[in-house]
Design a binder for this molecule. Structure first.
Ligand SMILES: Nc1ncnc2c1ncn2[C@@H]1O[C@H](COP(=O)(O)OP(=O)(O)O)[C@@H](O)[C@H]1O
Ligand SMILES: [Mg+2]
Length: 294
């Protein structure tokens, strides 16, 4: 199960905006996506509540009977929105689950310095240093009339970090988010300029989010009756609570892929089942599995 996390220590750098857009793009590709806040502010959840149910579905965390936040059954792709100031053990926990980390960076020198410090911390983690968790930057809220994008490109390449281009500063993003939309939900003519700016990001994400399946992996239509049985299979249908997976020393997807009984049906890809919606008042903590000592 591909997991992509959006990380930057700086608040206001565009993490929630980027996370919502990636989740929406992924949903439009026909994937069963969960957009999960690791952020106490729950910005992504607020956005999800505004989203028209007729649009491609994006699931939030689900709460099980033990009030543990879980990835809902049927989900195949996870996007994690993270809070500003994420570092240390909490950052390492996110990295443990992420296949890729995208870092939105605004153009000021302070933004770059903060992002460089975050990059240095990430590179100290074996999963990132070894390339098992890929890392790239995206310029956010960039004024196309300035050299900001080029400055960011050079900065990023100086750190040997892939730079996936710059998204311009426009009220389109603000207005879309207010309505539970993304630019991917607009007509191509309305959003042509911005959609074009997303192309390099999409090209970078596509192989990550659509890993090549082995010949004997079940296809989406057969998954309901033939669950994956191999460790590391790329598309498990459900996840065990992460803390269990941590105890067992494996990543969630691998663990879950081996534990769901064959008789348990999965939900259709486009409409992930949500065991129980999480009410806003219930979300007083970040997911247990991402917390120290969970
Ligand atoms: N490309 C953009 N153009 C204009 N405003 C943007 C853009 N991206 C983000 N914003 C706005 O910037 C603010 C911070 O973005 P947000 O995604 O909430 O950042 P973070 O999650 O890192 O705190 C929000 O008000 C958002 O609407
Ligand atoms: Mg945010």
């Amino acid at each position: 199960m591909p997991v992509i996390a959006i990380v930057n220590r700086k608040g206001g750098s565009g993490k929630s905006t980027l996370a919502a857009h990636i989740a929406a793009w992924c949903a439009r590709q026909g994937n069963a996506v969960m957009l999960g806040d690791v952020d106490r502010q729950q910005s992504s959840r607020t956005w999800l509540r505004r989203r028209d149910p007729a649009l491609p579905a994006i699931a939030p965390w689900a709460l099980d009977q033990k009030n543990t936040l879980r990835v809902p059954t049927g989900i195949t792709h996870v996007v994690l929105d993270t809070p500003g100031g994420l570092h240390g053990f909490e950052l390492a926990r996110v990295v443990m689950f992420a296949d890729a980390i995208l870092m939105p960076v605004c153009h000021s020198v302070f933004d770059r310095e903060s992002a460089a410090a975050c990059h240095a911390e990430l590179m100290a983690l074996p999963r990132v240093a070894s390339g098992r968790c890929r890392l790239a930057t995206v310029g956010m809220r960039i004024d196309g009339r300035t050299h900001a994008a080029e400055t960011l490109r050079q900065w990023s390449e100086g750190l040997k970090l892939p730079f996936l281009g710059a998204l311009r500063e426009t009220q389109m993003y603000v207005r879309c988010l207010e309505r539970g939309l993304t630019i991917f939900d607009l007509s191509p003519s309305q959003a042509a300029t911005d959609l074009a700016q997303w192309q390099p990001l999409i090209e970078w994400m596509t192989p990550l989010l659509n890993p090549v399946q082995a010949a004997n992996d079940p296809t989406p239509t057969t998954r309901a009756v033939t669950p994956p049985t191999r460790l590391g299979s790329s598309r498990p249908e459900s996840l065990m609570p992460a803390q269990e997976s941590l105890i067992h020393g494996g990543r969630l997807s691998a663990y879950a892929a081996t534990t769901r009984p064959a008789s348990v049906p999965v939900q259709p890809l486009h409409k992930p089942s949500l065991p129980r919606a999480v009410n806003p008042g219930e979300v007083t903590q970040i997911p247990q599995f991402l917390k120290r000592g969970a």
